[in-house]
Design a protein around this ligand. Structure first.
Ligand SMILES: [Zn+2]
Length: 393
């Protein structure tokens, strides 16, 4: 069974691409303060806990994956997994030798800016936690693989199952896992796999998981992940615009919650960064300057070129256009629909576009251009500057 499982996991991990964000500089900025929602300055209260007493760890997974925890949280699941400060909405993990004030400050920063980030995105906190997948991606991928291979005996399979081709079985297994309740999925996993022994190993709490790092560079200080956020300790270095940076990273967290399934992150880089830059009130390129960059060609981090601050401002401009024309509500609906689709590697291989084929489908279904005609991914790549020219006038 394990051999089959690995081959499936190997295929779908190709679709995962995340990258840490820069600390976009604000000098010479084209003001976007209208989109900035200053956080409340309240100091949140909470308490320190030992995970060995509560059973809640940063991660209990034997193979933690960056799709879940981000690129920069390794120390939190390897070394500082079992000591945390818990507030109403956060659990802050990090080196126990750091001063307690670092943990408390992180909880306050995150809680206060989380409220702003939710407002900017246009969703409620309740919706955030309802949309969030409460079981680790890795466990859900295993569950899908077992269903696909019909390795689970105490499960009722559809009558047509044996007549289906591989792609139909895979789609059914994916949708079945996505539509399962948390309790049903946990029970099925625990009854099917000796590797997992308790519910706690699988469950993600209804909290923003915060991992404190100890890097002394302001560059790459924050990273938004499916679990929450990795940020620096206040006593080591605090970047300028710390609130905007935390809001930006928490918008990445919300993106993950709304649109990422256990096959990984599906949004192109220009979209994810553009949304985070624009809605956190960071600097946006002027419409008239659209010729400075080709944002919609940047699907992956490796596509990014030139000055990063300039690139980020243009990602935000590309986002501003689709938001102005289509509304934030429509974009959120599109992102939620993205999460329901099944990634199919054979379709991706045959696609002419680098973008995730599920993203292409939802974008083409939902987005319109300024004149009311449908806007496709291809059109937004190929005709970006002519669309922007009309938009600028
Ligand atoms: Zn970012």
């Amino acid at each position: 069974m394990m051999k089959k499982l690995v081959s499936i996991i190997g295929v779908s991990s190709l679709s995962i691409m995340l990258a840490a964000c820069g600390d976009s500089s604000e000098e010479n900025s084209n003001e976007n303060s209208g989109n900035y929602i200053p956080p409340s300055s309240s100091v949140v209260s909470g308490q320190f806990f030992n995970s060995n007493e509560t059973g809640k760890y940063f991660s209990s997974e034997k193979s933690p994956h960056f799709a879940q925890y981000g690129q920069n949280a390794r120390h939190c699941y390897q070394n500082y997994n079992d000591y945390y400060f818990e507030s109403d909405k956060t659990m802050v993990f990090g080196n126990p030798d750091l001063p307690p004030s670092d943990f408390k400050q992180a909880a306050s920063w995150v809680e206060n800016n989380f409220a702003s980030a939710l407002t900017s995105m246009g969703i409620s906190e309740q919706e955030f936690f309802e949309q969030r997948t409460n079981i680790t991606f890795f466990a859900l991928r295993n569950l899908r693989a077992w269903l696909y291979w019909r390795d689970i005996n105490n499960f009722t399979y559809p009558n047509e199952f044996e007549q289906w081709n591989d792609s139909q079985k895979y789609d059914w297994a994916t949708k079945t896992v996505k539509s399962m309740s948390t309790d049903d999925a946990v029970n099925l996993i625990l009854s099917s796999d000796l590797h997992y022994s308790s519910r706690e190993e699988l469950i993600i709490e209804d909290k923003i998981y915060v991992c404190l790092h100890e890097n002394n560079q302001p560059w790459g200080w924050g990273e938004g992940t499916a679990m929450g956020i990795t940020i620096g300790a206040e006593s080591i270095v605090t970047p300028n615009n710390v609130d905007k940076i935390i809001q930006h990273e928490l918008i990445h967290t919300i993106q993950n919650v709304l649109s990422t399934d256990f096959d990984g992150f599906k949004l192109p880089r220009w979209f994810s960064e553009g949304q985070a830059v624009y809605l956190s009130g960071m600097s946006v390129a002027k419409k008239a300057d659209h010729n400075e960059y080709d944002p919609t060609l940047v699907v992956y981090y490796s596509d990014e070129y030139g000055d990063i601050s300039l690139a980020y401002e243009h990602y935000a401009l590309a986002y501003q256009y689709i938001k102005d024309v289509n509304s934030q509500t429509t974009i959120i609906t599109m992102m939620k629909n993205l999460k329901t689709l099944t990634f199919d590697y054979s379709i991706q291989l045959n696609s002419e576009l680098d973008e995730d084929h599920n993203y292409v489908e939802v974008f083409n279904n939902h987005m319109k251009q300024q004149n009311g005609s449908p806007l496709t991914v291809t059109e937004y790549r190929d005709n970006y500057h002519s669309l922007m020219s009309s938009y600028a006038n």
